[in-house]
Design a protein around this ligand. Structure first.
Ligand SMILES: Cc1cc2nc3c(=O)[nH]c(=O)nc-3n(C[C@H](O)[C@H](O)[C@H](O)COP(=O)(O)O)c2cc1C
Ligand code: SF4
Length: 678
């Protein structure tokens, strides 16, 4: 049989990677005090154990104190990083995984009000749109100081036993020098192309002097900024050639595009609904021009595409980064012939959006990611098999069914609809968000393999549940659309769910009141516009769509910006009345006495969900725990042992939106952490 191209080794200089799959550098924001401590290490080790060839740790680990951590980056300018990095590298090495780190000075891509409150700096005075800090223009003493900082950091990395490093040169200080768009300098580091490149070559020389030859050094850079007046593909190829001829660089890691705006970043890291693997040919052109080992990552989330990228010679190492955030065991599954069991990355980019909001990277449908110390990816069997009834086959109910069945329990799932999916089916009504269905499809396939019994088209009453003689009942019934407290007109409004499901046709002139700030509002707005309507989206919040974070907002703005949609913040729907064939909506404000009235033919409201909890409250008196959860045991990873009713023969829990209006991650996390100890 022919060898799998993905599983063939690659040798770069003295180092052999055992296969072609890598994690490209990504800062998951798991650092504690700027150090990659236990949580950080466990995350990488989980992927190393499963066979990934190279993990490019950190993302933008900062080399200088005036490059403050914009998203909880590792602080490479502190000596104390050495033992933490060493522990991480040693443990990954035990599993045959090479370990490197991405180093950077963020330049203007950070804020002055973080870390040590030092002024940010750049080769320009212009602020970066995404971070909005106005940098000072670097002075000669800054340049010399930062070159030394890079060299010092490289020495620390080598002392920690890592196999190499890569410099981040897209949107950060190194390329802020070389792109004409952000270099206002005069003198040796400004003006001509050679001068603008001088800084990175000075940095590379200083690093090489410290780390020697037997240590890999690469550059991750945008070889085509796709910005008028910036580095175009021709210049990018020239930069690549210079790296090659310099002899200072061992590998290239190619980016296409720019990241200074959310919109640019979304093209570099394509999100759900955007093209898969968009830059393969471009990466191939860089590889052909230089003949250098070439790495790349950009929405290569399935194994077939990754295999093609390697087999066709487009690149030497393929980054499957979000794919590994969703499923850390991809390589193991490829090697054991279980590719079809890989938990798919659905491109939701919840992971990345969260770090830009100051959170840690979490996967929308793998709650074990980032929680490797407490949440399992592999579920262990229970000592005693139980009979478990789950009501509701949305993401939370299916996760509960999957984990319970992995534990060896006998599982029955009741579902009122004729298929699984719950709210995800509504989400997937937008073609751009169809990938979300894989969250359901993957769980259904796993449940089928594990022998879970489904009863579709069944509205479970308490008698149906009790007739199963369950040991445990999980209520995962989700919610139904909530409504705003209107003075009049409750019966005149429709919900975003009505629009998304197709139960109500979109109007021609629509007021959409968004009190939840989540995807449903903008998805409904898109449908209204697609059907030829005009929509004004109003929200009582001070920004629109506060629950949709930066990258996820990009496709919505692209589709809604124009004459057919308008956004109004800090206003609240008060009442709706009939007027002729249409409706009059009265709108107020939480900030001052204010009223305006608009005439429309449809008012749509988006207020999250109210729990569908009737069944839960019916069953509650009969349950041994009467629905109570020991939160201390739950959060400490211990089994539940609450007993309020000694006559009860089963325990009862509710999860996801059946408790309160939250999101997909919350529902799945509820399920995993309860069922893993059941
Ligand atoms: C949570 C997260 C943080 C990231 N941080 C960085 C970073 O600091 N530096 C970097 O070069 N790329 C970073 N990336 C981008 C990834 O390296 C990669 O280019 C991107 O995720 C596209 O590859 P994928 O589709 O395989 O995920 C980050 C990605 C994610 C998901
Ligand atoms: S959050 Fe979405 S994009 Fe990120 S890893 Fe999970 S499935 Fe993939």
């Amino acid at each position: 049989m022919r060898a799998d191209p993905l599983l063939t080794p690659l040798t770069v200089k003295h180092l052999t990677f055992k296969n072609r799959i890598m994690l490209s550098s990504h800062e998951p924001a798991y650092a504690e005090d700027g150090m990659p401590k236990d949580t950080y290490r466990a995350y990488h080790v989980e992927r190393a154990k499963a066979g990934v060839a190279l993990t490019m740790t950190a993302g933008s680990a900062t080399v200088s104190t005036d490059s403050p951590p914009a998203f909880n980056n590792i602080l490479l300018y502190k000596d104390e990083c050495v033992p933490w990095l060493k522990a991480l590298a040693d443990e990954c090495h035990e599993h045959g995984t090479a370990v490197m780190i991405q180093m950077t000075h963020l330049g203007r891509r950070t804020r002055w009000d973080k870390g040590d409150w030092l002024p940010s700096l750049s080769a320009t005075h212009m602020r970066e749109p995404a971070h909005r800090a106005s940098p000072k223009i670097v002075e000669d003493w800054d340049i010399q100081r930062i070159i030394k900082d890079f060299a010092d950091a490289a020495e620390r990395v080598k002392a920690a036993g890592l196999d190499g490093l890569e410099l981040e040169a897209y949107g950060h200080l190194l390329d802020q020098f070389w792109t004409p768009l952000t270099n206002e300098l005069t003198g040796p580091y400004g003006g001509s192309f050679d001068n603008r490149l001088r800084f990175i070559f000075d940095v590379l020389s200083a690093i090489r002097e410290r780390v020697g030859d037997k240590f890999l050094v690469g550059v991750r850079f945008s070889a085509d900024e796709r910005l008028a007046g910036g580095i175009d593909a021709q210049t990018g190829l020239e930069i690549a050639s210079r790296f090659q001829t310099s002899g200072l660089v061992d590998f290239l890691n190619i980016i296409r595009g720019h990241i200074e705006t959310d919109s640019g970043l979304a093209d570099v890291i394509p999100v759900q609904g955007m093209a898969n693997a968009p830059y393969l040919d471009f990466v191939s052109a860089v590889r052909s021009r230089t003949g250098m080992p070439t790495f790349h990552a950009a929405k290569i989330s399935d194994v077939a595409t990754a295999r093609y990228a390697i087999e066709s010679g487009k690149m030497d190492m393929v980054g499957m980064t979000r794919a590994h955030i969703a499923d850390p065991h991809i390589v193991r599954k490829i090697m054991s012939g279980q590719e079809d069991r890989i938990r798919p990355c659905v491109g939701a980019t919840y992971c990345l959006d969260r770090i830009y909001q100051g959170g840690m990277a979490l996967c929308i449908h793998n709650p074990a990611t980032g929680r490797e110390l407490t949440m399992p990816n592999d579920i262990t069997p229970a000592a005693i098999a139980k009979r478990i009834v789950i009501v509701g086959a949305g993401p939370g109910g299916l996760e509960a069914a999957r984990v319970a069945a992995e534990r060896g329990h006998k599982v029955v799932v009741f579902e009122a609809a004729d298929e699984a999916g719950g709210q995800i089916r509504l989400t997937a009504r937008s073609p751009r968000r169809k990938e979300m269905l894989s969250i359901i499809a993957w769980r259904m396939a796993e449940c089928e393999r594990l022998g879970v019994e489904f009863r579709f088209n069944t509205w479970a009453e308490s008698a149906d549940v009790l007739a199963e003689s369950p040991d445990c009942v999980i209520i995962a019934t989700g919610g139904f659309p909530d409504t705003p407290p209107l003075a009049t007109g409750d019966d005149l409004v429709v919900s975003t769910w009505d629009i998304l499901s197709g139960d109500v046709a979109p109007g021609k002139t629509v007021l959409l009141f968004d009190d939840a700030g989540d995807h449903a509002a903008l998805q409904a707005a898109e449908m209204i516009v697609e059907h030829g309507g005009k929509v004004e989206i109003i929200t009582p919040d001070r920004t629109f769509s506060p629950e949709i974070m930066g990258l996820n907002l990009v496709p919505y703005i692209r589709s809604l910006q124009g004459d057919h949609a308008a956004f109004t913040v800090a206003q609240r729907l008060e009442s709706v009345e009939r007027s002729g064939n249409g409706l009059t909506a009265a709108i107020g404000s939480d900030y001052r006495e204010f009223e305006r009235r608009v005439e429309v033919d449809q008012v749509v409201v988006n207020c999250g969900t109210k729990p569908l909890d009737e069944l839960y409250f019916e069953l509650k008196p009969h349950a041994r725990n009467q629905g109570a959860v020991d939160y201390v045991a739950l959060t400490q990873g211990r089994p539940q042992d609450v007993c309020h009713n000694t006559n009860g023969t089963f325990t009862l829990y509710r999860i996801g939106d059946a408790v309160s209006s939250r999101n997909t991650h919350a529902a799945i996390y509820d399920a995993l952490r309860l069922m893993k100890d059941m």
